[in-house]
Design a binder for this molecule. Structure first.
Ligand code: KIV
Ligand code: NA
Length: 265
């Protein structure tokens, strides 16, 4: 395999080639996602919801992110692996942000980190970039600040918020971020942002006018029946597939139909 790098992503944008990105939180899933040809694997702090069952992304720790990321890295041969810096590990001061990023890079072997926010975390991002660690930005809906907003609704619908978002995107590009995730913002605004920067803009609920798309793996595989935002397309119904298989196994065990003569020693 030819490895995807931060440079290849910027080239893909220059060549108008769309970028595919999905989350993974463990070795087995990451291996499948990588071999299917996805360009970027995000070890998202959505692991807090998907893997641990928390209501928000706030509780997941740096140690837990490193644990998820090291499994993912062992399953990946081609994709670029980006790891979310969790809530509380970078907002305080640039030195702490650098320390957190270095731990992720050293202990998991990941290729880049992602951080939520614009101007507020500029100094932290700059410090990390200066150490040679690639940073992916994340603007729009930023789930780590859910308690500031109260709901996971569409962001930047007001003009002043849209203006702020555009400025933040330009700033992230200027200081050296290699890509920007835009979450749940109007498609028209997302397209404008994508056109205003040379680095790829990867959307989730941000329409088709951006440079790539990201979804949470378990959501797009249909493992969860409850989460139904408009932007989510389900490419499989794994919840039903898995439930059927597990129920079949359960009834076979109860009826003493498993194992058969061929399935024993
Ligand atoms: O944690 C996550 O899964 C994310 C994506 C939704 C962009 O940040
Ligand atoms: Na995230």
């Amino acid at each position: 395999y030819k490895r995807i790098t931060v440079k290849s992503l910027i080239e893909m944008k220059a060549n108008a080639e769309k970028i595919s990105m999905l989350t993974s939180y463990d070795f087995t899933m990451a291996q499948i996602v990588d071999q299917a040809g996805i360009d970027v694997i995000l070890v998202g702090d959505s692991a807090s919801n998907v893997m641990a069952g928390h209501e928000t992304t706030l509780p997941i720790t740096l140690d837990q992110m490193i644990y998820h990321a090291s499994g993912v890295i062992r399953g990946v041969k081609r994709a670029l692996v980006v790891v979310d810096l969790p809530f509380g590990s970078y907002q305080g001061d640039p030195r702490e942000a650098l320390r957190s990023s270095i731990r992720i890079m050293k202990e998991s072997g990941a290729h880049a980190v992602k951080m939520e926010g614009g101007g507020e975390i500029k100094d932290s991002i700059k410090r990390i970039l200066k150490a040679g660690v690639p940073v992916m930005g994340h603007l729009g809906l930023t789930p780590q600040s859910i308690y500031k907003f109260g709901a996971y609704t569409v962001r930047a619908k007001e003009e002043y918020e849209a203006q702020q978002l555009k400025e933040d995107a330009l700033m992230l590009e200027k200081i050296g971020c290699f890509a920007i995730v835009l979450e749940k913002v109007p498609a028209k605004l997302a397209e404008e942002v994508a056109k205003s920067v040379q680095v790829p803009v990867i959307g989730i609920g941000a329409g088709a006018g951006v440079d790539g798309q990201v979804l949470v793996l378990h959501d797009m595989l249909g493992m969860n029946k409850e989460f139904n935002p408009r932007f989510l397309r389900r490419y499989a119904d794994l919840n039903t597939v898995m439930t059927d298989a597990i129920q079949q196994y359960n009834s076979d065990v109860k009826a003493a139909k498993f194992p058969s003569d061929q399935e024993q020693y």
